[in-house]
Design a protein around this ligand. Sequence first.
Ligand code: CO8
Length: 280
Amino acid sequence: AQPGPVRLQKLSAPDSGIVELRLERPEAKNAIGKEMLQGLRSAIEEVDADAAATVVLVASSVPKVFCAGADLKERRLMGPNEVRDFVNSLRSTFSSFEALSIPTIAVVEGVAFGGGLELALSCDLRICGEDAKFSLPETGLAIIPGWSYGSPVICEANFHYRAGGTQRLPRIVGGSRAKELIFTGRRFDAVEAVTMGVVNYCVPAGEAYQKALELAREINQKGPLAIKMAKKAINQGAEVDMSSALAVEEECYEQVLQTQDRLEGLAAFAEKRKPVYTGK
Ligand code: CO8
């Protein structure tokens, strides 16, 4: 763990491979300013370079808040060019995060507003506590949700994303619902979030981390390359037409066919034991 607004911690055995990334800026409700952005970038680079990492949990150390979005105070002091540079840097950071080859899970307890919700939306899965509150309030600030696009610049991207809040939310909840939420910027609660599919699970307040860890542990039991190839096939397939998507699936399947882990899975089934996967 390092000091600063983003803390990265690697869990130890038996949870090796699971990495925790925690936002820790209590005085500003985890608002994302320059320092937080730098912390996120470094953490993503470190996870991307860690061949042993299998799942990332994105959580907060601050009670009752996941992230209050952009640092509106810092933003006010920036000139237009500085804002553009900052937002571009944020976009590439979110896109690089989204392009990580391993699953990412957002743990939302409390508030996820604006860029905070966009950060959660850029995770593969979202778990929230029942007192979580969500909103994309940008139109009320006379801007639009738009924090991610383009080709990821940090990690070895295997596909391109064009997806900020106006793109990620409709892909999850449908265009009409996303329009209502973005046009009004209204807050919605955990029950509505789970009904709309914004989050995968809503659990009692304070238990989101535990639920996310359970999911991470389940994922950790599976063939590591199979998980990466499943993520790649789903994400890349969603960006292209059906026949191209099926070609992506075939290509990903080819990768898993060649592994020792696939043979280990078959052997474990025949021998009625749990498989021991090595990622090879
Ligand atoms: N930025 C900076 N400081 C913040 C922020 C923020 N987003 N949110 C809270 N803080 C600060 C407060 O100013 C306060 O500081 P101080 O103690 O010095 O007054 C401290 O955190 C504690 O906040 P509160 O006293 O308000 O605490 P509450 O528990 O009452 O409320 C809330 C917490 C609900 C999070 C409330 O502070 C709030 O509503 N904050 C604003 C949230 C918001 O509107 N976020 C969306 C921002 S827009 C965005 O993220 C998208 C930007 C996209 C840019 C793309 C451009 C192209």
